[in-house]
Write a protein that binds this ligand. Structure first.
Ligand code: PHE
Length: 493
């Protein structure tokens, strides 16, 4: 059997590989495309959509940021998602081995394994802070259930949040609990239960978001919120905003670090990668936009600050739940569902590291899970302390050229730094390498064979993955490094 416990507990119906499987495909697989779409959606939809998207939209000024983010989803995210699923399905191993194997197959350097390796590290780093934030959401469940927020004003809700993040002990307790939940599922390798969770809980989360939209409509500030989200004001967008919009497109779709590659490695040969990628990207974007359409009307109705940072949803949503009918019930349910959404994402964040370490060190899945869990937990302390003990310990990076200074990471805490490094640099870099490999180095016969789309769509995909996506990622990188401004100043000199 394969080196990793398959996600589907029951083998294929007949118990035998279907006729059109390649020899490399003798590991168990998802029972259908739907299961893959559910699992990939479970990975994609998470804190990125409900927690991160609204707060970074607020930090970077709204509409223009959202527009750039949507353009990145369509022109970079979807084609790279197809490429990543495709590489995973063809390689059918952990990301490092998959890349080495594919590179060998097409006569390229084994150094492509580094791509998988960077993904393993990125997933590990992201989970270290993801787990702390998921801990915040968990902490809100008992708060909601006990009616703490009923009738509170914005100031009082703010105090509840500050008290929470000001207490390292509390944060560590919730961080530990969330990580134990994640690693337990990962260690058992039986994701059957979680797929059921995705099947029922995701639609429930969606229904709750729709209920909240109705609440947002009643705030009297719905139109202001919509205009903030969808009316682009390009004077507000900064270089860093563009980089973050692109980075977030990767983050929210779980791209560029091997999570989707590992999930793709379980995908049966006869399912359409294109349809699956579209379905996942569509649902992911819908959830993010709904979250934005809920948060911003509440922000404006209560004269709050859109750029309040990582605490944004924790300061705004309780206001809504504290005021609406049955708010205690809906609020409790909402945070439970948010924790579930984070849970299904966090599993995919660590899965590349697990499959890789099992193979590399020849250890059992349980051992790999325990060791990774401990390392992630320790790393997570950096994030825990970023919000209290070490909150004043910040860095600012300044890139200066002869033509100007570019400040990135202004007053960044350890959490800000980890987030910046992973979402804005590592994931897009991983995605860029995936696009280059799939678009330029992989034999066309292979990619056509894997994607199984019509000539027309294959041509479109090729253009996007060969030219559009890499060029956009490179330009955004160069821009962030100050190179674009540098060239412009030379040209105008
Ligand atoms: N996409 C997840 C979210 O939006 C986070 C994630 C990133 C998961 C990368 C896996 C890989 O919450």
């Amino acid at each position: 059997m394969s080196d990793s416990v398959p996600p589907v507990t029951e083998p294929s119906a007949s118990g035998e590989p279907s006729a059109n499987q390649k020899p490399s495909a003798n590991r168990e697989q998802w029972s259908s495309r739907l299961v893959f779409v559910l699992a990939a959606t479970g990975s994609a939809v998470g804190l990125g959509n409900i927690w991160k998207f609204p707060y970074i939209t607020g930090e970077f000024g709204g509409g223009a940021f959202v527009l750039i983010y949507l353009i990145c989803i369509a022109s970079i995210g979807i084609p790279i998602m197809m490429a990543e699923i495709m590489l995973g399905r063809r390689g059918r191993q952990d990301p490092v081995t998959t890349m080495k194997r594919l590179a060998k197959e097409s006569g390229h350097s084994r150094a492509w394994g580094l791509l998988g390796w960077m993904g393993v590290i990125a997933g590990f780093l992201i989970l270290s802070y993801y787990s702390v934030i998921a801990g915040w959401a968990m902490a809100y469940v008992p708060q909601m259930a006990s009616g703490t927020f009923t009738g509170l004003d914005a100031q009082a809700v703010n105090t509840v949040f500050s008290t929470l993040v000001g207490s390292p002990e509390t944060l560590i307790a919730w961080h530990s609990l969330f990580l134990i939940m994640t690693m337990t599922v990962v260690a058992r390798g039986v994701r059957g239960g979680l797929e059921k969770a995705v099947t029922y809980l995701m639609p429930m989360l969606f229904v709750l978001l729709v209920i909240l939209i109705f609440y947002a409509m009643g705030t009297g500030h719905f139109a202001v919120g919509l205009s903030y989200l969808f009316n682009p004001d390009f004077s507000k967008i900064t270089t860093e905003g563009v980089l973050s919009a692109m980075g977030h497109a990767f983050f929210t779709l779980s791209l560029g670090m091997g999570a989707i590659m590992v999930y793709g490695s379980y995908l049966p040969d006869n399912t359409s990668i294109a349809k699956a990628a579209f379905a996942v990207a569509f649902m992911d974007t819908l959830v993010a936009l709904l979250a934005g359409m809920i948060i911003f009307p509440i922000v404006f109705a209560n004269s709050l600050e859109p750029g309040a940072g990582p605490g944004l949803i924790f300061k705004t949503l309780p206001l809504a739940f504290g005021q609406m009918n049955y708010g205690t019930f809906f609020g409790t349910l909402f945070f439970i569902l948010l924790v579930f959404a984070a849970w299904t994402s966090s599993i995919s964040l660590i899965e590349p590291a697990i499959t890789w370490s099992m193979k590399t060190f020849q250890i059992s899945r349980i051992k790999a899970s325990v060791i990774s869990g401990i390392l992630v937990w320790l790393m997570g302390l950096l994030t825990v302390f970023s919000f209290n003990i070490t909150s004043d310990f910040t860095i600012s990076s300044i890139i200066s050229t002869r033509y100007g200074e570019f400040v990135i990471l202004k007053d960044a805490t350890a959490f800000d730094f980890l987030d910046y490094l992973t979402s804005n640099i590592m994931l897009p870099l991983g995605g860029l390498m995936i696009a280059i490999y799939a678009g330029w180095l992989m034999k066309k016969d292979y990619s056509r064979d894997e994607l199984e789309i019509s000539r027309f769509w294959y041509a479109i995909w090729s253009i996007l993955v060969r030219y559009v996506a890499p060029v956009m990622v490179i330009i955004v990188f160069l821009n962030a490094m100050g190179v674009v401004a540098f060239v412009r100043s030379i040209m105008s000199a």
